[in-house]
Design a protein around this ligand. Structure first.
Ligand SMILES: Nc1nc2c(ncn2[C@@H]2O[C@H](COP(=O)(O)OP(=O)(O)OP(=O)(O)O)[C@@H](O)[C@H]2O)c(=O)[nH]1
Ligand SMILES: [Zn+2]
Length: 229
């Protein structure tokens, strides 16, 4: 039997879709959109300035966190990191933010909420994922390569505290020329989450000082509802 041309063509990892101007409080970015054929997920990039000069590009690879990015959740540092990264790119006048739709470190929104519930019962962020039958971090960064290739970007100055992200980018052939720390928003709600990221996931950030801990203790987290509704 003769194979058809379609059967011989490997499916593409990511299809570029379109772009538009995106004015924000910090700068007017260009928003680019792709579709991932395997999942139907829509991935995004916010780009600013001339990215094709060959100079390493200030970059943030941000994984979706609906609760933090959109709903102002203080459980994590995501919303503040998103804002901080865009602000920094705007200050330099050049850079890119990749917004990957891998919510909840890749386990999805509903499972992340299940994980939060387990955290309210005493698990830390890693234990909760494991109790639900997932890896501590189920993310994959291979889509970054076609997204960056769209702009001819081979080398980045990556805003992150996560060493796994740096390794993952290096493995797919994107050079991380520099790590730019992105430390924001420690508070009474996210302090133990950030400490667990540091202790169990290897994130590069300092725990609260004793003085800061005293200050943070003044801000008590609101009690979670105790009923099983
Ligand atoms: N499963 C799970 N996911 C979480 C939890 N808190 C935040 N997340 C998700 O963790 C991811 C955070 O992604 P990033 O902003 O890329 O941060 P990071 O990998 O910690 O590394 P940085 O680059 O240092 O910020 C998002 O997908 C969030 O939805 C949690 O308690 N459990
Ligand atoms: Zn978050």
């Amino acid at each position: 039997m003769q194979a058809t041309a379609a059967a011989l063509t490997p499916p593409s990892l990511l299809d570029y879709a379109t772009s538009c101007a995106l004015p924000t409080p910090w700068a007017q970015f260009t928003l680019h959109a792709w579709v991932e054929p395997a999942t139907g997920k829509e991935h995004l990039a916010m780009a600013l300035g001339d990215l094709s000069t060959g100079e390493p590009v200030l970059a943030r690879v941000h994984s979706e966190c609906l609760t933090g990015d959109v709903m102002f959740s203080q459980r994590c540092d995501c919303g503040a990191q998103l804002e901080g990264a865009l602000q920094r790119i705007a200050e330099e006048g050049r850079g890119i933010l990749l917004y990957l739709r891998q919510e909840g470190r890749g386990i999805g929104l509903v499972n992340k909420i299940r994980a939060y519930r387990l955290q309210e019962a005493g698990a830390d962020t890693v234990e909760a994922n494991l109790q639900l039958g997932f890896h501590a971090d189920a993310r994959n960064y291979e889509l970054c390569r076609p997204m960056l290739e769209q702009f001819g970007i081979k080398s980045v100055r990556l805003m992150t505290n996560n060493p796994r992200k740096i390794d993952a980018l290096n493995r797919i052939g994107v050079t991380v020329a520099e790590r730019v720390p992105l430390l924001v928003n420690r508070n009474a709600y996210n302090n133990s989450y950030l400490n667990t990221k540091q202790a169990k996931l290897g994130h590069m950030m300092a725990p609260l000082t004793a003085v800061e801990q005293g200050e943070q203790a003044l801000v008590e987290p609101a009690k979670a509802p105790s009923s099983a509704s």
